[in-house]
Design a protein around this ligand. Structure first.
Ligand SMILES: NC(=O)c1ccc[n+]([C@@H]2O[C@H](COP(=O)([O-])OP(=O)(O)OC[C@H]3O[C@@H](n4cnc5c(N)ncnc54)[C@H](OP(=O)(O)O)[C@@H]3O)[C@@H](O)[C@H]2O)c1
Length: 397
């Protein structure tokens, strides 16, 4: 029996994780659930999975949770311990009975709890890519020092992890990450200035949270994945290639030095990589559609357009530069995406805000989670200022 902490339980990855648990009650129990603001969903999860501990983002959310649990009729003696804020997320992830943490909070809010779980040598199923994009050096150093198991849940990295099991790491020449290309793959650059949030949220193959969906439309998400892959598998950015594959069925490929390429292929269903992170090194039946090889199909592979999608190029440059540049990249992108979703800036301004912020925040070497969160705060403030300047029409680069 494995005891699990689910950070970000109400999100797309979190609910898929709980579905895996639901189907395998004899194998997994939930110790803790961490959510942001969706109190209704968290209440139902508490009633179904009966965790010992639950945390939410704000005191207002906590008092709402207390009300909804009272209204549910669950006897108080069966309630989980309730808490709020980042210290509570750390408690949720580091409790001694937890052996596996699924890290699926969106954004840098998930960093500290994930880092502390790593420092205790726990197994971490990592969906939250911002953890490595913002704090890759610190987190990977802690993984090595504490012999933690960091298993990628992101489908491309999970695919790479599987392909890497087939050979020696020293005989790998490169990693190829596939990208769906997003909803604007065939949109001419001249039309991108007027695309709406609704169009950008219309992802062709995956159903995910809003931030990651917009990041897929700009290919920022693929840039984050390049950074994440460099940290997870110890690659230089030049060894990680991105290939557009609109069908999203081949998730990653590993090229070995003899020219042989191994691919990981699976239907687009996150329960597969989530379950892999729970069962590794074993495999188990998963509720994922199998590919019907009796049907004719075509898979395309195309080079990415770095001019149309400048954030992908920027990700390579930030990882090459090292230091805190990738932390700033993530923070600025989050603010720009939020402003785009609110209708405050246009689609093309997302990349402009990110570039302008990177030019204003000097890179440094973060030595602690606190240092990373400082860079994150500073970068957000600068990005907000760039958004305001754009919204007011007074942009100076
Ligand atoms: N979805 C995918 O297929 C996929 C694939 C690969 C990687 N990822 C990565 O996995 C992470 C989660 O993605 P997602 O698609 O599941 O996102 P999502 O659907 O937006 O869910 C985000 C989760 O984080 C919680 N959250 C947000 N702010 C929080 C805060 N301040 N404190 C505590 N919890 C907070 C949300 O809680 P509330 O909803 O209660 O506010 C929700 O549970 C992201 O880093 C994403 O890049 C996702």
């Amino acid at each position: 029996m494995k005891t699990i902490a689910v950070l970000g339980s109400t999100g797309s990855i979190g609910t898929n994780t709980l579905d895996v648990v639901r189907r395998n009650r004899h194998l997994y129990e939930v110790y803790s659930l961490v959510a942001g603001h969706n109190i209704e969903a968290l209440t139902s999860q508490i009633l179904e999975f009966r965790p010992k501990f639950a945390a939410v983002a704000t005191p207002a959310g906590l008092s709402k949770l207390t009300q909804t649990l009272s209204a549910s009729g669950l006897p108080k003696s069966d309630w989980p311990e309730l808490a709020t804020g980042s210290a509570a997320y750390v408690s949720a992830a580091t409790a001694s009975s937890v052996d596996t943490v699924i890290s699926a909070i969106v954004g840098v809010e998930g960093l500290e709890a994930t880092y502390e779980a790593v420092c205790l040598g726990k197994r971490v199923g990592l969906a939250n890519k911002e953890v490595l994009v913002s704090g890759g050096s610190l987190v990977m150093e802690a993984v090595r020092r504490h012999h933690a198991e960091l298993l990628p849940v992101d489908s491309e990295h999970n695919g790479a992890h599987q392909c890497l099991r087939a050979g020696n790491r020293e005989q790998v020449s490169k990693l190829i990450l596939t990208a769906s290309g997003g909803p604007f793959r065939n949109t001419p650059v001249r039309d991108l200035g007027t695309v709406t949030p609704a169009q950008a949220l219309n992802h062709p193959t995956w159903k995910m949270g809003n931030r990651i969906t917009i990041d897929c439309a700009t290919l920022m998400n693929k840039g984050f994945e390049v950074i994440e892959a460099c940290w997870l598998f110890d690659f230089a950015p030049s060894q990680v290639e991105v290939v557009v594959h609109p069908q999203s069925t081949v998730h990653a490929m590993i090229e070995y030095t003899d020219g042989s390429v191994l691919a990981q292929i699976c239907a687009t269903d996150m329960r597969m990589p989530i379950q892999y992170a729970l069962t590794y090194p074993e495999r188990a039946e998963a509720p994922v559609p199998k590919i019907d090889w009796a049907l004719a199909r075509q898979w395309e592979f195309l080079p990415p357009d770095f001019v149309k999608f400048p954030l992908l190029k920027l990700a390579y440059q930030c990882q090459e530069a090292g230091g805190s540049a990738t932390c700033t990249l993530n923070a600025a992108d989050e603010i720009a995406v939020e402003a785009f979703l609110q209708g405050r800036i246009g689609y093309l301004a997302i990349a402009e805000v990110v570039e302008e912020t990177l030019a204003r925040i000097p890179s440094r070497t973060p030595r602690s989670v606190g240092d990373i969160l400082d860079v994150d705060r500073e970068s957000r403030a600068s990005a907000r200022e760039r958004v305001t300047a754009r919204a007011a029409g007074t942009v100076t680069v």
